[in-house]
Design a protein around this ligand. Structure first.
Ligand code: ADP
Length: 304
């Protein structure tokens, strides 16, 4: 994918993984927008412009959320995936900072507990799906079950069905389960948006080192992240297979350029706003009789 100008609004569709199309992550530029913008506008101006776009999108998101909440006809499920340090937490913090917390939930998923292992792999996620009117964010998701588990198949629970002799069949089965699950959710009024925050290996090194260079960031560093970095190529392959198998017309994957945080955040915000607007929701209609009742109430109050 080669994008020319840093016009995220116009180019948002370019981030979508076309259903069924073979995915090669090398063809998605992790530094897009800032790199292009730098050539056209200079480093600072490009950043300022993109940050300004994010500010506008935050305001727009707050207003579309208000309509979503009042209409109560749809739920929005936002899924964030990415390599360690890809910026999932920061994206949630910056993109959602303007929305009403009452209509928003965030769930992070760690290594499953014994209880979770005792159920089908989608169980723990389906328990915390957003209700109609709500925006639900999954910081990691059931996609971990075809990513980290695929890279390290030994962590599959002993209680789960065995991979058996045909590994491809096993993973294809999981992709199909996920696609069917999402189809079910969409049919029932959930808008699903899935974002892969795509960073380069070089950028991950920079971010890991940054955590080791500032005392106040030490807590963010995990030795496990360094161990996982050794599996970069295996993760890349697992992501490519997963994106290809699970990006659908009804629940698309967006590959978001992640090397510059302000680009990633703006692109995610823009995609969410565009998709919610696309639902064409409106505030609940008030009938003539109800308006009459309201006006009577107004008169009574004014007469007090
Ligand atoms: P994060 O990196 O998202 O900030 P943590 O550092 O606590 O949060 O990492 C969560 C860990 O849980 C990750 O290493 C991730 O791979 C792991 N994990 C999440 N879901 C699963 C799963 N279904 N099976 C195995 N491991 C999982």
């Amino acid at each position: 994918m080669k994008l020319k100008k840093p016009e995220i609004k116009q180019n948002i569709k370019q981030f979508i993984v076309k259903p069924g199309r073979k995915v090669n992550l090398k063809s998605f530029d992790t530094g897009w927008a800032q790199n292009e913008g730098m050539k056209l506008l200079g480093e600072e101006r490009s950043k300022d412009l993109l940050v300004e776009m994010l500010e506008n999108d935050r305001t727009a998101l707050a207003s579309v959320q208000d309509v979503l909440w009042s209409a109560r006809s749809h739920a929005v499920l936002i899924i964030l995936q990415g390599m360690d340090t890809a910026g999932k937490d920061g994206t949630i913090r910056h993109v959602m900072s303007g929305v009403n917390p009452q209509g928003c939930s965030v769930h992070g998923f760690k290594v499953p507990t014994d209880e979770e292992h005792n159920h089908d792999f989608l169980w723990r996620y389906s328990k915390v799906l957003p209700q109609r009117g709500e925006i639900g964010i999954f910081n990691r998701s059931y996609y971990e079950d075809v990513l980290v588990v695929k890279v390290h198949p030994d962590i599959l629970s002993d209680l789960a069905p065995d991979i058996g002799t045909d590994a491809k069949k096993f993973w294809d089965g999981r992709y199909k389960d996920i696609v069917s699950f999402e189809k079910h959710l969409v049919r029932n009024g959930t808008l699903i948006l899935k974002f892969f925050l795509h960073i380069s290996k070089k950028e991950q090194k920079k971010r890991l080192l940054d955590r080791l260079e500032h005392k106040e960031k030490y807590w963010k560093f995990s030795v496990a992240d360094l161990a996982e970095r050794q599996y970069w190529d295996q993760y890349t392959k697992a992501y490519e297979d997963m994106l290809q198998a699970t990006s659908t017309e009804f629940a698309p994957w967006f590959v978001i350029p992640g090397d510059y945080k302000w680009v990633a955040r703006t692109a995610v915000a823009e995609a969410i706003v565009t998709a919610i607007k696309g639902l064409n929701l409106s505030y609940p209609k008030v009938s003539d009789d109800e308006v009459k009742l309201l006006m009577d109430a107004k008169k009574k109050l004014e007469a007090e």
